[in-house]
Design a protein around this ligand. Structure first.
Ligand SMILES: Cc1cc2nc3c(=O)[nH]c(=O)nc-3n(C[C@H](O)[C@H](O)[C@H](O)COP(=O)(O)OP(=O)(O)OC[C@H]3O[C@@H](n4cnc5c(N)ncnc54)[C@H](O)[C@@H]3O)c2cc1C
Ligand code: SF4
Length: 480
């Protein structure tokens, strides 16, 4: 019955999906300003009107933190923008971030009922619009918004969180909403995890991240930076200091290398180092900011995920004439978001597909060439993607002066190596119950990339949310 109603509604629907305004590719590949410019009010209203307000909406179940998508879009339709943002924040404390970087095409938008016959509602863009609108109207913010800049006073038990990425921030804000005294301990000098050190300014402006973190702080969450846990304080220290539970969300920040000859030459970076220099340490503003970065003329980036796309697009913006993206499978298998692949192509990144590096060749200690071998696709492997197979004798060289390895990251053992009783997998990820985040040690929870391996912002947030519910139950009942 409901389905029939939805199908009738689909027939009535005529408005095309509202396109996202963007900077021109030839201009944007020379600056670090945001690529996508965001909807205007008119765009947002028009897009919101496409939503069918389904009786049984699928979109909510497609969102890992179950935002009331239908509800917030209805409020936008009614021009109740602040209420729309409050509705989102009931389930998601970082909407301006998720609206920009979440892979909605694989989540809420993938199951949107309108998408059966038409383009799905642009849920992420509407989420971003609601959140950004508040920033633009900063002057009136205190008067008009449900939350205030005055930090809320929390009085319940103390909870410690290690790592201030999206997992830690979400767990912290959920617990603070319940009245717990939360302290997040962060190793770096700025909170945000990958949101500040990994994802570049032109995809996620750091001012946006800062503002979302200010919101988390306004809920009563305390953030202590420059706290390398495991070195400065141990898990036992935290329990001795009266913390009742600990949530570990230290991410997957340890870069992998290929193990091929030449990876120790000058001019070879891990994507992690390259992006951290550029984003967190603002190397792209050199010499105004004093972190140096090698600005190659010809740069090779190895990998096919979001990290590789980000590295390639940063290299282009730093002035490289040629940026080659070397990926061992075809474009179809690339794990990066379609939008990022498209943006990278538009900006002039040159894709070298079905190719894999076998050696980096140096001259006087510096990168000079990268030798690759051509690949063909064989049978699907464990990941379900077709396995790349080298074509013997097909080696070829590309002249480059910088190589950036973006082939994946694993968990940093710095903290886990100081907790010998903690169960970890053979790859170093913490073993935790996905529904609760519970580890094998009483009072210790974990979630996000440190458990799953490198994944997504929203999955880390979902894990933080689940853990917050479980921590609350554990602290209230004392039952493990
Ligand atoms: C370049 C790049 C681009 C990406 N793009 C996207 C994207 O477009 N969309 C998307 O959904 N996902 C993207 N991801 C993945 C996403 O960012 C991660 O899945 C997500 O940030 C994981 O969150 P987390 O909270 O588990 O960990 P992180 O964000 O990694 O945060 C972990 C934090 O813990 C801190 N920490 C580590 N060890 C310690 C310690 N011993 N003591 C104290 N603090 C510690 C770290 O400094 C860090 O701040 C991208 C990742 C990268 C690297
Ligand atoms: S966003 Fe899509 S699934 Fe959700 S209520 Fe609107 S049309 Fe239905």
């Amino acid at each position: 019955m409901t389905k029939r109603t939805d199908k009738r509604n689909i027939k009535k629907e005529k408005i095309p999906r509202v396109a996202m305004p963007e900077q021109d590719p030839e201009k944007r590949n020379k600056n670090f300003n945001e690529v996508t410019l965001g909807y205007t009010e008119e765009d947002a209203l028009r897009e919101a009107l496409r939503c069918l307000q389904c009786k049984n909406p699928e979109c909510i179940g497609g969102c890992p933190v179950e935002i009331d998508i239908k509800g917030f879009i209805k409020l936008i339709q009614e021009k109740k923008f602040n209420e729309a943002l409050e509705k989102i924040r009931e389930r998601n404390s970082l909407p301006a971030i998720c609206g920009r970087v979440c892979p909605q095409e694989d989540q809420c938008e993938k199951v949107c009922i309108l998408g059966i016959k038409d383009d799905p509602v642009a849920i992420g863009r509407l989420e971003r619009y609601a959140a950004d609108r508040e920033l633009k109207r900063k002057a009136q913010r205190l008067k008009e918004c449900a939350w205030s800049e005055v930090t809320k006073q929390c009085t319940r038990e103390k909870i410690a969180i290690i790592g201030s990425g999206p997992g830690g921030l979400t767990c912290g804000s959920e617990l603070a909403k319940l009245g717990y005294r939360v302290t997040i301990f962060e190793a770096l000098h700025e909170p945000g995890g990958v949101l500040v050190y990994g994802i570049p300014e032109f995809r996620l402006p750091k001012e946006i991240v800062k503002r979302e973190i200010d919101y988390v702080k306004s809920l009563g969450v305390k953030i202590e930076v420059n706290m390398v846990m495991g070195k400065i304080l141990t898990l036992d220290d935290l329990f001795s200091e009266g913390f009742k539970a600990v949530f570990i969300s230290t991410g997957a920040g340890l870069p992998y290398f290929m193990g091929i000859p030449g990876e120790n030459l000058n001019g070879v970076y891990s994507a992690n180092e390259y992006l951290t220099r550029s984003n967190l340490m603002k190397a792209y503003k050199f010499p105004r900011c004093d972190t140096p970065i090698i600005r190659g003329d010809k740069v090779a980036v190895v990998g096919g995920g979001n990290v590789a796309m980000d590295s390639a697009r940063v290299a282009k913006r730093l002035g490289a004439k040629h940026v080659y993206l070397i990926y061992r499978r075809s474009e179809e298998e690339m794990p990066a978001r379609n939008e990022e692949i498209e943006h990278a192509r538009e900006e002039g990144i040159e894709f070298k597909l079905l190719a894999s590096p076998v050696e980096i060749i140096g001259k006087d200690g510096w990168v000079h060439k990268i030798m690759c071998i051509k690949m063909k696709l064989g049978e699907p492997d464990d990941s379900g993607r077709r396995r790349p197979v080298p074509l013997e004798g097909s080696e070829f060289n590309i002249e480059v002066d910088v190589v950036i390895m973006a082939i994946g990251q694993g968990p940093n053992p710095l903290l886990t190596s100081t907790i010998p009783l903690l169960e970890i997998t053979r790859w170093g990820n913490i073993k935790a119950d996905p529904a609760t985040g519970k580890t094998n040690i009483e009072g210790v929870f974990a979630g996000g990339d440190i458990v799953t391996g490198a994944a997504t912002v929203i999955l880390a947030m979902g894990a933080g949310k689940n853990a917050a519910t479980a921590i609350d139950e554990y602290v209230r009942t004392g039952i493990w």
